[in-house]
Design a protein. Sequence first.
Length: 165
Amino acid sequence: MLTVLLLFSASLIGSAGAEAAQLRFAFLGVRLQNDNERLEPTTRAERDRMTAIGGQFTSALETSGGYVIVPLTDEVRAKIASGQPVGTCGGCEADYGKALKADRVGWITVQKVSNLILNMNVYIADPETDKYLFIKSVDIRGNTDESWSRSLKYLLDNYFFEQKS
């Protein structure tokens, strides 16, 4: 019985340590850079894909056990909506991360050159130092739900989580 109690206590201590090791992660969103907006306006399907890969990204981070996703406050959402695009705002990402008390901030940009050629970029930075910790890009062939989802999965599995091992 004593052995069972000791093992149970050790597992509780281990879980508490694992939770303490989780980084607070603020996901600032997905932006589509449509290079041909005037000729091919952004579609509802593309807006839906942006939402879907944002959810896929945060879910993958949470599932990894290394991160807890920090929800954006209404104030930060309003600043993001009214300011320059995240990733081009000269350090606003670090400011948002500090306001949210996050250890890391991240965002995704998808560049649409055409319906055949797209590029997905994932950025992760340390708000405290305002330094990028991860920048990776993957090319996408085809503008479909599956191509976007598989591209993000490939990027995470082969670059982001691989570097963490």
